[in-house]
Write a protein that binds this ligand. Structure first.
Ligand SMILES: CC(C)(COP(=O)(O)OP(=O)(O)OC[C@H]1O[C@@H](n2cnc3c(N)ncnc32)[C@H](O)[C@@H]1OP(=O)(O)O)[C@@H](O)C(=O)NCCC(=O)NCCS
Length: 182
């Protein structure tokens, strides 16, 4: 799916929210590595990226051409500072209403309202293609993430006490959350 919008962050910075394209492959690979090294709340470590830069380019091309999913990026002064993705769970009738969401922003750009605005775009994209239930998983210690999701209206529907196994802190509890879109 394709999307583009210019926004202003709470501190006055101009930012472009747009879908990632083939040519963003290297920048996306780099920001994936950086964000996954800055926090222990994501699902993988920087050395565990499942994509090479070439594979990342192909993935971004197919996601830009996809009818129902989007890989969104935030660009400030020509540099990518955040990524957020909406993935439909599938195309079969029984699960067509469900989509999964993930987001990561460079630490220097936390707390400026960017997460909120990126999530709002994902919701808008989801609704536009008939996805009426968005779902995510968040580590229970991730106060900032939880605050963001609760502010958007996400509700908890379950927990997995040993959802992740951190190299740093051991098992991390995962909270499953969903939001119905109207
Ligand atoms: C979680 C994340 C996406 C939030 O993005 P963000 O741009 O910092 O979020 P926003 O600026 O839109 O703030 C959202 C809310 O966070 C809350 N918040 C801000 N600072 C906080 C803090 N220090 N502690 C707890 N909550 C905080 C506020 O409630 C804020 O809402 P407000 O605007 O009413 O004050 C971002 O911090 C991030 O990428 N973190 C690392 C990766 C990650 O955890 N991803 C999510 C995995 S589930």
């Amino acid at each position: 799916m394709r999307f583009r919008k210019e926004i202003t962050l709470e501190n006055g910075l101009a930012c472009i929210l747009r879908n990632c394209e083939y040519d963003d492959g290297e920048a996306v690979f780099d920001i994936y590595t950086e964000t996954h090294g800055e926090t222990d709340f994501l699902l993988a470590y920087p050395d565990e990226s499942s994509f090479t830069v070439a594979q990342e380019r192909d993935f971004l091309k197919s996601s830009a051409e996809s009818e129902r999913g989007i890989q969104l990026c935030a660009e400030i002064d020509g540099k990518l500072v955040g990524l957020a993705g909406l993935e439909p769970l599938g195309s079969k009738y029984k699960i067509r209403h469900r989509g999964e969401i993930g987001i990561s922003i460079l630490k220097d750009f936390w707390g400026m309202g960017l997460g909120y605005q990126m999530m709002e775009v994902l919701m808008e994209c989801a609704l536009s293609v008939g996805i009426t239930q968005v779902e995510l998983q968040v580590v229970s210690d991730n106060e900032r993430g939880l605050a963001l999701y609760k502010k958007l209206g996400f509700k908890e529907f379950g927990r997995n006490k040993k959802g992740l196994n951190s190299r740093i802190s051991g098992y991390q509890e995962l909270i499953y959350m969903s939001l119905e879109l109207k």
